[in-house]
Structure formats: structure tokens, C-alpha cells
Design a protein around this ligand. Structure first.
Ligand code: F0G
Length: 482
């Protein structure tokens, strides 16, 4: 092929080489079959309870498990560890204003650190200003992430997810499967009474639907409806940069807009943001709670006060000075165009490889391949957790650790104790940022071809211990007889 016809730097038909050089490495070692069997038994057949030393490829999460950049590492040395008003906090605060246009910031130790601050205070605000009935509180999202759901529930709210009908249908592709069904959102508000809705959460990308993006038009639509009813919108934005990338690639009118400009616009369609910075912002630990402007300043102040009790003084929250410096850099690093392109293509490569061997997945999203465990293991009913049964098998076959995203994670309605109906039984192969390469993806695909051969022999699971909240973290299981 002539050089002018083929430019590998531009070609989109090849797997993109990693857009980084690896200069610090962490060795990983293979684990014998005997050790894998022993480790899984000790973990009560719950992959979350495995020790890291017993895992070969860790696809449990992309949260705090990725690589950091040179600039982030270097920034840590600049930490100002003053107890109050540190230079590191002021820098982080101004970076948040610069990137997202948000004025008021509290650093938190991670995403749920922010959730524990805003949830009770938005409830209190709605009660004071709109006559909320505490026995009838409902919060709405495209789909709540587990901790975001749990914080609402432990504060007495019922949760309602209003995704589109096809969000979980793995046989249907869509540009923005993370979108809210706007009509359903409005109906839900009307049915429960706007005064009983303390807030709405737009989750970008939507983790529980499979890392699927939400379009700008949809974010705007949600915000417009929320404004009609004066309901505050929270952006749950752990994977904001991936969402911005999908908008750039898929939404008409944004093809020539930078990730930075798309990001700024997305954040216009919310009043506050709650960020787990352990994902796109690439830090091992960190989070943000930020308010756009002074409209909800009273809530912000209440959050600052609660922060003193739960996280730390509000100018460091849950973070040391060096960690705030690192986060201030990570927020910028997350928006690199080439970086995002590579990351999304790595997921596409994995999903395509799995589909080629007949393993049905949710269409590729931002941070993981979501395998349709319900379809791969039709003989295991949702009550016996096909996603976790598959995760066990994948670990036993290849030492790969993955979590279930299905009935187990969704849990029971805390008021009735009845299992919440789950739209899909998925297994998430989560890819940490800049940590695993193409050959690791090939290894995962190969492992799946072995798992698939034996799929009909995989057994369902029953609880031997079921914790009362966020049960998937500490649950233990036994295998059900066939
Ligand atoms: N919101 C979303 C959308 C998340 O994915 C997570 C965490 C959180 C909030 C909570 O943040 O862990 O920093 O407290 N997701 C991780 C995961 C745990 O594996 O998907 P956190």
C-alpha cells in the first residue's frame, strides 16, 4: 500500500496503540487452579471478597484502580497541608470553576462522601421550602448507582428509575441508551407530587445501564422539566469525560466541539454535582461536591457543616493537600481527546471479540463490557444471580475478577423487603484506565470461550449471608443444586 494512502496514525480500522508509555509497572502473577478454588471458597463465592493477591486480571472496577499520569504524581509534592483554607484547596476550587463553571466546592474522600452530604440536606431544603411529606419522598434518576441509591434509601426515600424502554435490551443498539424517558420522568413527578421529590439525579455516563451515555438534548430536557417544578438536579458525574466524548462522536452539532466545551455545557444542566473522582478524574481516592451558583447556597452551607462532622473541615473535606493537587491535574488529564478515543476503542475491541464468540453484550459503553449473563445462563433464574455465578466461573477458569450488575446489586425494596425487579442480569468486565493492554483483552476473550463451552453446567447461587444494606459487598453464597 502506498504511504499516502495508508496513514496508521489516522486509521480507525486498527486497534489503537496505547497513547502512553509505561514507565512504572506493577507485577502480576498467575495463580494456580488449586489456589483459585481455595480463594473463591474463602470469599464465600463472592468475587468482591477475594484478596487482590489471588486475582490475575482485576476487572472488578475502574474506580481508583487506574494508572495516574506523571503530572498528577508530580503535583502531589505541592500539597499545602494547612488545616483550613489551604492553597491546594483554592487551586482545586478554581479548577472546578474553570472546567465545570461551578462556584462552590467541597472536596470529599470519594463519591459517596459527597452523597452523604447532599442527600439529607436537599431533603431538608424541600421540606422547609416546598412542604415535602417525609413519608412519601421519591427521588428519580435515569438509573441510580448503588451507593447513590442506598444514600437515598437510608434517608427514607423511595427510588424511581426512568430509563428508556430499550435501555437494557442487549439486542437493541442506540446512540444514547443512558437517556431518561422524559415522559416517564414527568409522569413520575406528577404521580408522587413535585413537592415530594427532593432532587433528580442525572447519571453520566449511566453506569448501571452499561456505561451508556446521556445526550446533551436529554440532559437539557431533564433540567427543563425539573425547573418547571423547581426540583434541583444533581449531576452524578464520575464518568463525565467519557459522556462528553460520546456526545462529540454521536450527537449532531457537536462533532467539531472540544471535550472541554461539551463538558462545560453538560454541567449547565444541573444545580449541583456529585463526583467520584476515582473514575475519569483518575485519582486513587477523591470526590467532589460542587454547586453551580448561589441559588442553593443554604444547602451548600448545610453541606459544609455536615462535612465537618462526617468528612473533615470543608476546605479539605476528605482529602490531604497533595491529593487535592493531584485531583486538580487529573480533572484536566481526563479530557484528553486521544485518551478518550483509545479508551472507548479498547472497550469496543473487547465487546466485539466477545460477540464474535457468541457472548452477547450490552453495546460498548465507556468503562466496561457488560455481558448479558441472563442470556448466557438461561437456566439460572434472577433469584439465583446468574451474573455472580458467571463471575465465579470466570474467576475459576482464568483468575479474572468481575462484579455482578443485576438483581444482587439492585437489592430489595427496604420498605417491603421484596426483591426489586431488575431489567437485566449483567456481568461487568470493568477496565481500569491505562492499566491493561490489548493482550489482556485477548486473554479475557479467550477465557470467555472456555467459560461458554461449559455454560450449561454453571450453577446458581443462594445466600448463606445476606447483609441488610448494599448486600452485594459482603454477601456470601452457596451453590444451588442443579
Ligand atoms: N456514582 C457512580 C455513577 C458510580 O459509578 C460510583 C462508584 C459512585 C457514584 C460512588 O462513588 O465509589 O467513589 O464512592 N462506582 C464504582 C464502580 C464503585 O465500581 O462502578 P465512590
Amino acid at each position: 500500500m502506498k504511504a499516502e494512502l495508508y496513514d496508521p496514525m489516522l486509521s480507525d480500522s486498527i486497534h489503537l496503540p496505547e497513547p502512553f508509555r509505561i514507565r512504572v509497572i506493577e507485577p502480576i502473577t498467575r495463580i494456580s487452579k488449586t489456589d483459585r478454588v481455595r480463594a473463591l471458597e474463602q470469599a464465600g463465592l463472592n468475587t468482591l471478597l477475594l484478596d487482590s493477591k489471588d486475582v490475575y486480571i482485576d476487572c472488578l472496577t475502574d474506580s481508583g484502580t487506574g494508572a495516574v499520569t506523571q503530572s498528577m504524581q508530580a503535583a502531589m509534592l505541592l500539597g499545602d497541608e494547612a488545616y483550613s483554607g489551604s492553597k491546594s484547596f483554592r487551586k482545586l476550587e478554581s479548577v472546578v470553576t474553570n472546567i465545570f463553571g461551578y462556584a462552590l466546592t467541597i472536596p470529599t474522600h470519594q463519591g459517596r462522601g459527597a452523597e452523604q452530604l447532599y442527600v439529607p440536606n436537599l431533603i431538608k431544603y424541600r421540606e422547609t421550602h416546598h412542604g415535602l411529606d417525609k413519608s412519601k419522598m421519591v427521588v428519580i434518576s435515569n438509573f441510580f448507582f448503588d451507593t447513590t441509591q442506598a444514600h437515598a434509601q437510608i434517608n427514607g426515600c423511595t427510588i424511581k428509575n426512568t430509563p428508556s424502554d430499550q435501555a437494557f435490551d442487549t439486542s437493541v443498539d442506540g446512540l444514547f441508551k443512558g437517556n431518561f424517558d422524559l415522559e416517564r420522568l414527568r409522569d413520575t413527578i406528577e404521580t408522587h407530587g413535585p413537592h415530594n421529590i427532593p432532587y433528580i439525579v442525572s447519571t453520566i455516563t449511566c453506569n448501571s445501564i452499561g456505561g451508556q451515555p446521556v445526550s446533551m438534548a436529554n440532559l437539557k430536557g431533564v433540567y427543563t422539566i425539573a425547573k418547571e417544578y423547581e426540583i434541583p438536579v444533581v449531576l452524578d458525574c464520575a464518568r463525565f469525560a467519557e459522556n462528553a466524548y460520546f456526545i462529540q462522536q454521536r450527537e449532531p452539532g457537536y462533532e467539531n466541539v472540544s471535550i472541554e466545551a461539551i463538558t462545560k455545557e453538560m454541567f449547565e444542566y444541573a444545580d449541583l454535582m456529585s463526583m467520584s473522582a476515582k473514575k475519569d478524574a483518575m485519582v486513587p481516592m477523591g470526590g467532589l461536591l460542587s454547586f453551580k451558583n448561589r441559588q442553593y447556597e443554604d444547602v451548600f452551607k448545610d453541606c459544609q457543616n455536615l462535612c465537618v462532622v462526617l468528612e473533615g473541615f470543608p476546605t479539605y473535606g476528605g482529602l490531604e493537600g497533595g491529593a487535592m493537587e493531584r485531583l486538580a491535574v487529573g480533572l484536566y488529564e481526563s479530557m484528553r481527546q486521544e485518551w478518550l478515543e483509545y479508551r472507548v476503542k479498547q472497550i469496543e475491541y473487547l465487546v466485539e471479540g466477545l460477540e464474535k464468540i457468541g457472548v452477547v453484550c450490552q453495546q460498548p459503553g465507556g468503562h466496561a463490557a457488560f455481558v448479558d449473563a441472563g442470556r448466557l445462563l438461561p437456566h439460572i433464574p434472577p433469584t439465583q444471580f446468574p451474573g455472580m455465578a458467571l463471575a465465579n466461573e470466570l474467576y475459576l477458569i482464568a483468575g479474572i475478577r468481575t462484579p455482578e450488575i443485576g438483581s444482587l446489586l439492585l437489592g430489595r425494596d427496604p420498605k417491603t423487603g421484596v426483591q426489586l425487579p431488575c431489567p437485566a442480569e449483567l456481568l461487568r468486565i470493568t477496565i481500569p484506565r491505562a492499566t491493561y493492554t490489548q493482550s489482556h483483552m485477548d486473554y479475557i476473550i479467550k477465557a470467555f470461550s472456555i467459560v461458554k463451552e461449559n455454560a450449561s453446567q454453571i450453577r446458581g447461587l443462594a445466600f448463606s449471608y445476606e447483609p441488610p444494606v448494599l448486600r452485594h459487598f459482603n454477601a456470601r453464597f452457596t451453590q444451588v443444586d442443579m
